[in-house]
Design a protein. Sequence first.
Length: 251
Amino acid sequence: MSAGHHHRLFQPGDTVVHRLPPQCKLVAVAAFAIVVVATPRAAFWAFGAYLAILGCVAILARVPLAGILRRMVIELPFVVFALVIPFIGLGERTEFLGVSLSVAGLWAGWNILAKATLGVIASILLASTTEPRAMLLGAQRLRLPALLVQIATFMLRYMDVIVDEMRRMRVARESRGFVARDLRQAPVIARSAGALFIRSYERGERVHLAMLSRGYSGQMPIMGEISASAKQWATAGALPVLALAVLGVVW
């Protein structure tokens, strides 16, 4: 269960960021996110400074800008929500290009978009420089709830299994001439999703029975220990400390 597992988000490297212990990076990113959330929405320059700090981290980690931008597609729901708020917001209105917008909605949309973008970029940098298994080791080292670590471990282990099952089902449909062109094919996709759920559920039951037969009692064995020196903690802490300095200037 704890065998090496590489995810396509991870980019192998030998930079100072890659070499940091995972628990240091997890704490640094979490602290950075807290500082960003605590920043007043009107401090425009502060968000620019946070972005510059993340840019320096990306340069140190040799994570290409194109890769970051491509993976930021996950933020699309937040972007859509932030763009809709000014139109549906209440209170004082303002005119922009002949369109009536809510002032409070504009502030709220900017607040969500700026902070969500910074959080997503920080998460992408973490995923790009830390193996998924190492993140679990770091979470275990930080004494996070064991049940949450187990759930994350199982999800990581079987995510690619489920994706591969989806690929085989897609190949089977296409080999029979199926092509999803419009909504008329939606029932077929829905039945495939249902079949995938049943197969995944049955596979999970078989795995659970296999684990019980091997003595599983609700506790997973310790996957390993990764120690961190004071210097490594200080290096990782530079990210939230710099962000905190920016916030101190704002306040």
